[in-house]
Design a protein around this ligand. Structure first.
Ligand code: MG
Length: 306
């Protein structure tokens, strides 16, 4: 590692719990509860929150109320709500609901791409190119996810050169940031270093974000390695909600509480109040059918009831 950023450096957390988390929960959370959850996350200081996905309600029933959720959210200065869009139809719904930012989601593995979105990589990029053009023309920012960057549940190893090439294509179509995503929670710090040393030739570190899962307990170690290589944007999910229904064996996202605890300890500036964040997760937990997995969340809850 080359050294961590100095204390006071701003680190941007993109909260994906209301989308990536909830879309993978069995329990049906009501629209009103989703809106209240997002409002609490914003109260906790989260400034970038992914609140839903304008995808097929047949395929992802948990996201069927994305329009109502977005419309019901209180607009707050400094807080950006975003949503996933798979195609132009999804973008139309997103624009009608009034999101200022959308995310497109390509894959670095051909087989995963076909399982996840029913299209091959090149076909998906052709559609995303149109989506990005239309979104930018409407004054909406575009974030570009690239899934399976560290490994694929079907194909295994994913060549780094392919990740670099696809990240470059997402930027070229107008994404302001590319999110290198560890869809199956397999990434190790050694792999993070190796991949980032390749991607930095194509994507500036300021336009690179990382999306880790904590499946193998390496989530925070991966963050530490990425920080040491200049990355300052990380996705996380309140309480550790969610995984991926189309990636067999993928466990929960890196928990926002765990990430904030690490960053607080390093003196990095997230703007997030850990206790308020724990309260947001505690609001949601009884509406699910299992306890939230975040270790920091669990420890703080035990402290409160002790
Ligand atoms: Mg995820």
């Amino acid at each position: 590692m080359t050294g961590l950023p100095p204390a006071g450096t701003a680190v941007r957390i993109v909260e994906v719990g209301p989308r990536d988390g909830l879309q993978n929960e069995r329990a049906a959370v009501s629209t009103g509860d989703k809106i209240a959850f997002v409002a609490r996350l914003a109260d906790a200081g989260l400034r970038a929150i992914e609140v839903g996905a304008f995808v097929s309600p047949r395929r992802v029933p948990q996201m069927a109320d994305a329009d109502a959720v977005v419309r019901g959210l209180p607009r707050r200065p400094g807080v950006t709500f975003s949503a996933l869009v798979p195609n132009l139809e999804g973008l139309e719904r997103a624009l009608a609901a009034g999101v200022p930012e959308v995310a497109i989601f390509a894959a670095a593995s051909e087989t995963f791409s076909r399982h996840n979105i029913n299209r091959g990589i090149d076909e998906s990029l052709a559609i995303y190119g149109e989506v990005a053009r239309a979104a930018l023309a409407a004054g909406v920012r575009v974030r570009g996810y690239l899934s399976t960057c560290f490994g694929c549940p079907y194909e295994g190893e994913v060549p780094e050169a392919r990740v670099v090439g696809l990240a470059d294509r997402l930027l070229a179509m107008g994404a302001y940031e590319v999110v290198l995503s560890d869809t199956i929670g397999i990434a190790h710090p050694g792999q993070v270093r190796s991949l980032l040393e390749q991607t930095r030739h194509a994507v500036p570190v300021g336009a690179t974000a990382l999306h880790f899962h904590d499946t193998r307990g390496t989530g925070l170690a991966n963050v530490l390695m990425a920080l040491s290589l200049g990355i300052t944007t990380f996705d996380a999910s309140a309480g550790g909600l969610g995984g991926c229904p189309f990636a067999p064996g993928a466990a929960g996202n890196l928990a926002t509480e765990d990430l904030v605890y690490l960053l607080d300890g390093l003196g990095l500036a997230t703007g997030v109040n850990l206790q308020a964040l724990v309260s947001a997760s505690a609001f949601l937990e009884p509406r699910l059918d299992h306890p939230l997995p975040s270790k920091v969340y669990q420890a703080e809850r035990r402290k409160r009831t002790a």
